[in-house]
Design a protein around this ligand. Structure first.
Ligand code: KIV
Ligand code: ZN
Length: 386
């Protein structure tokens, strides 16, 4: 793996599936996993096997069909969780156990009602136990975002000594600012003994809308894996959106950080996940929303028709969208109307356009969006065309 390669760890089927209202059966999960594998993600977190017989079955079925990616199962720092995960993953070509425990003061005091030393011991024991089943063990320090950096560094060191090769630093509550999260990763990179034997992983939640920014700051500061979900789905406000981090890295090549993802599949992947889960994607969602490449104001439309790059930083084809949309509304100008009219077969002169445009505005004030049938009707009923 090159030093600039960013591993994409997809957790759509685990953290993403925790989204309220999500309905996915094993068959649908297998289809999504197959597509994620073709998309080129490095790791597929297939589920939390001990959580239910259905999830166990899903992780097992996914393990059998995934050809390239590592297949991962989540556990708590509990022996039975780890044993069950190892069993669910037994058919995977490249199995990974993802185990961990809460490390913030809040988790230690309120959730575990214990001490930092006890958490450290439980973390080590879990990693060692997981290592007795698989070579590839990832350790998560839950709520690392609110964990004291010195203590976090001690936990990371202990996890590496116990055999962890990936250290997940989750901002579980989506609390960190990008500068704080980046500084945390830098601190760990510089202060954890043995860090050269492991990679740091970003796992950011979107409670303040900062998940993508935090993950990007994380990799700029030395992390080499991003944990994310398609469409950014997940608990509460969701996880880092896969399509966003992948496109940020692609559109900023000077960062020199690459992923293996075939970006032309992103739109299709988004549709597949949203349709299978029954979770609607907001129209203004970056990269994959219905409006991500739609232009509706006259000034923007005029620019895009002259040269796409005036108002688009991504070629829609790069993410699997056939073309940008010039949406006709009462805010549109003559350039957009002429463009759409030409697409349906009318080459309008300047004079004709002026008159058709006046009719168009009256029509568009009544109807929110003008479709191709409306264009025919507007033009055919304009005097200049009779
Ligand atoms: O957000 C989080 O802390 C998690 C861990 C269980 C990895 O999802
Ligand atoms: Zn999470």
């Amino acid at each position: 793996m090159s030093n600039n390669a960013i591993q994409i760890f997809d957790t759509t089927l685990r953290d993403g599936e925790q989204v309220p209202g999500c309905k996915l059966d094993t068959k649908q999960k297998v289809v999504i996993a197959e597509q994620l594998d073709i998309l080129g993600v490095d790791v597929i977190e297939a589920g939390f096997p001990v959580s239910s017989p259905g999830d166990f079955k899903s992780v097992q079925s996914i393990s059998k069909i995934v050809k390239n990616a590592t297949v991962c199962g989540l556990t708590r720092s509990v022996e039975n969780d780890i044993r069950v995960a190892a069993e669910a993953l037994q058919y995977a070509k490249k199995p990974r156990i993802h185990t961990g425990i809460g490390t913030s003061e809040s988790h230690i005091v309120h959730k575990f009602k214990t001490t930092q030393e006890d958490i450290l011991e439980r973390a080590c024991a879990a990693v060692k136990y997981a290592k007795s089943f698989v070579e590839d063990v990832e350790f998560y320090a839950e709520d690392a975002g609110r964990t004291d950096n010195e203590y976090l560094a001690r936990v990371c060191e202990a996890a590496i000594r116990a055999g962890a090769t990936v250290l997940n630093i989750p901002d579980t509550t989506g609390y960190c600012l990008p500068s704080e999260y980046g500084a945390k990763i830098k601190f760990l990179k510089e202060n954890v003994k043995g860090i050269e034997k492991a990679i740091l992983s970003c796992h950011c939640h979107n409670d303040l809308g900062l998940a993508t920014a935090n993950s990007i700051e994380g990799v700029i500061n030395g992390a080499r894996q991003i944990e994310c979900t398609i469409n950014g789905i997940g608990e509460r406000a969701g996880n880092t959106a896969l399509e966003e981090v992948v496109m940020v890295l692609k559109q900023h090549p000077y960062l020199n950080l690459d992923t293996n993802v075939n970006t032309s599949m992103l739109y299709g992947m988004s549709q597949l996940v949203s349709e299978s889960m029954g979770i609607y994607t907001q129209p203004n969602k970056a990269i994959v929303g219905a409006n991500a490449f739609a232009h509706s104001s006259g000034i923007h439309q005029d620019g895009v028709i002259k040269n796409r790059e005036t108002y688009e930083i991504i070629d829609p084809k790069d993410v699997g969208v056939t073309e940008s949309a010039i949406v006709l509304t009462a805010r549109s100008g003559r350039a957009a109307l002429a463009y759409r009219a030409k697409n349906v077969g009318y080459e309008l002169t300047k004079l004709q356009l002026d008159e058709v445009y006046a009719n168009f505005l009256t029509f568009a004030d009544r109807k929110k969006e003008i479709d191709d049938n409306d264009i025919h009707q507007i033009i055919e009923t304009s005097k200049v065309y009779q």
